[in-house]
Structures are given as C-alpha cells and as structure tokens.
Design a protein around this ligand. Sequence first.
Ligand SMILES: [Ca+2]
Length: 171
Amino acid sequence: MTLRKAFLFGAGVGAMAGFLVAAYMVGSSARARADRCASLTGEAQLQCVTRETNKAIVVTDDLDHYGVDDVWVESPADGKGDCEDFALTKARLLQQLGWSPSRMQLAVFGYGKQAHAVLLIDDKYVLDNLTPWVGRWKGYSPKAMGLYPIDVARSLARFTPSRMIATNGAR
Ligand SMILES: [Ca+2]
C-alpha cells in the first residue's frame, strides 16, 4: 500500500482509487490452516493465524504483481500479496474460527515512504505480516492514520474492475 493510496483511503471510500478483491482460496490449504489453529483459543489462536498466514503468502508488491499501486486480495489464490492482503486473509481465517468481524479493524499507518496495514483485534492485538508474533496496539497506535471496520474494507470490493483478477470463489 502506498502512502498516497492510504491518504485517499482515509479521505473516503468513495474517492479511493485502489482496489479490493475478494478472492477466496479453494481446496485444502485454507482449511488446513484453519484446522491447525482450531484447537487453540484466544491469543494463542491469533498467534497461530499469524504464523500460518505469514507462511502462506509471499510478500509481493502490488505494482510489480498487477501493474497498479493497490490491489486488495483476500486469500490470494496465487499465494502472493502485500500487507493489506495478509490482514484481510487473517480476518477471514479468524472469522472461520469463530471470531466476530465486529472485533476486527484494518489499521493503516505510515511506514517510511509507504503506508502499512495490519489487522487489529479487540483494539488490543496486532496481526502484522512483518512480525511473526502478535503485537500490542499500544506500540502501533501513535502512528495510526486510520482505523476501518473490517466489513468496511471488504465492502470496497465494488471498486474492483472484474478484469483485474479472476477470483476463484464468490463472496
Ligand atoms: Ca495488495
């Protein structure tokens, strides 16, 4: 996510030029990740989801991957994505494990010349693709540019041109 895109996002979803794609993984890999975390609870489950998702997606810049600044992909079928894609994928996996979306927010904050997105749970726990552990929001919040309910982030799918990505599942 570029800083410019983050500001556009913060200015209002109607003005956002980025894209959100809801692309669901099919087959056993997503289910296997859920199964490996299913026996855990609370922070241990958040840790498991962080570990499993961070392993499952190869960090790939959207501009290099798609030729545009931002493409938001939930559970990318090709296993490639950047910060917001990790966050959206973790949110979906947690929802599959019984966590309510009302507990989840997409947090965006400055990170050098870029913006960075993480998944915030219960205003406390931070799931970040840059770290293998579950962080504490207290350490991130001073830099925060915006907090968005996860369902709001998902609703941005309507800005996605169908030609951008062939999704392999339906919402
Ligand atoms: Ca992306």
